[in-house]
Design a protein around this ligand. Structure first.
Ligand code: F0G
Length: 352
């Protein structure tokens, strides 16, 4: 390979892939572990952002999808199906196209960010809007795939998804040379926290790292079943990616929290948007609102002393800000255009 071969080839010996495995890749993974100087200064911690928005379709889902679609193709499946708040559908659509198989996606009506819909459309997925929320879509997807053997379910209840996504933890340890003290990430359907914990635990078991991080799982306050300890019937949040009331990997998420000495926290939409603006405005990284949950969680955990100065903290920022331009531009006043004239430019800058 001339460069990074994609995560299946890079971590082949740590993934359940045999010699006959058909690899479908867009060279996902190997994302930056970016130092975050502003957040480090603010908290006294050594803070890094794991910038998952730089994967091929702009979210961490690509790690899971390279494995799930490869596995589906290897087992002779002709189609994949998923429920999605947007990113899973964008990723499934891209990898299915790459593999030359059909992709259908079930999305909650009117509740997915524009960029994600555009991706699924352009990659040729069959898009089915459902009169319900993500939880309804997932239940429907499970029923449909249970009845039709030729269609593979590629939500994170598919174990191949978790295998692919655990590689993000490997990458972090490979770069840092050790596990961080704290790992913060947004939690929706809870596949990703399950995957990170599996990755950290496997490296720890094999002696690649000598410790594991405390997991800080962050949900939106209006969609915080794991914080409340009970499913949420009508989840609501501006962070549509994590607008989920009944996470499929509930038990695994609780295990990750408990085994790691971690915690679940909720962040209000106001705090999510504040973190969203901090990451874009101070660190130069444009993420989608749900992704900022990790940072909102870190700031809250710093404020109440759960995270201590001097600790190394990794915040996964899960998706690219370009996916949801509407949230970025909401409330921005429209400005009148100026004449083609340098004096007007100066005036617009408040000079002259
Ligand atoms: N961040 C983003 C940007 C997401 O799209 C998701 C999940 C999460 C965080 C939460 O990850 O579900 O593994 O706990 N998006 C799914 C989707 C539900 O359909 O794209 P999780």
């Amino acid at each position: 390979h001339p460069g990074w071969p994609g995560l299946i080839e890079a971590y082949r010996d740590r993934l359940p892939v045999g010699p006959d495995f058909t690899v479908v890749t867009l060279q996902e993974g190997n994302t930056p572990l970016l130092p975050a100087p502003y957040l480090s200064e603010l908290t006294g911690c050594e803070v890094y952002l794991k910038v998952e928005g730089l994967n091929p379709t702009g979210s961490f889902k690509d790690r899971g999808m390279t494995m799930a679609v490869s596995d589906a193709v290897t087992r002779g499946k002709r189609a994949v199906l998923c429920a999605s708040t947007g990113n899973t559908s964008a990723s499934a659509a891209a990898y299915a196209t790459r593999a030359g198989i059909t992709c259908a996606v079930l999305i909650p009506e009117g509740k997915i960010a524009m960029g994600k819909l555009a991706q699924a459309v352009m990659h040729g997925a069959k898009i089915i809007q459902v009169q319900g929320n993500f939880d309804d879509c997932l239940e429907l997807a499970r029923k449909a795939t249970a009845e039709f053997d030729e269609i593979e379910l590629v939500n994170s209840v598919n174990p191949a998804r978790i295998e692919g996504q655990k590689t993000a933890a490997f990458e972090i340890v490979d770069v840092l040379g050790r596990a961080p003290d704290v790992h913060a990430l947004p939690v929706g359907n809870a596949g990703n926290i399950t995957a990170y914990w599996k990755g950290y635990s496997e490296y720890y078991a094999d002696g690649v790292s000598t410790s594991r991080p405390r997991m800080l799982g962050v949900q939106a306050a209006g969609a915080a079943p794991l914080v409340n300890g009970a499913p949420v019937k009508n989840p609501e949040t501006i962070a549509t990616a994590i607008r989920i009331g009944s996470p499929a990997s509930w038990n695994q998420a609780v295990a990750a929290k408990e085994e790691s000495g971690g915690v679940f926290r909720a962040a209000t939409d106001e705090k999510l948007l504040e973190a969203y603006r901090i990451v874009a405005g101070h660190e130069g990284v444009f993420v989608e609102p749900a992704s900022a949950a990790s940072v909102a969680g870190l700031l809250a955990a710093h404020a109440d002393g759960w995270v201590k100065p001097g600790e190394t903290v990794v915040c996964t920022v899960t998706g690219n800000g370009l996916k949801d331009p509407d949230t970025a531009l909401a409330g921005i006043p429209t400005v009148e255009a100026i004449p083609v004239d340098p004096v007007s430019v100066a005036r617009a800058l408040g000079l002259g």
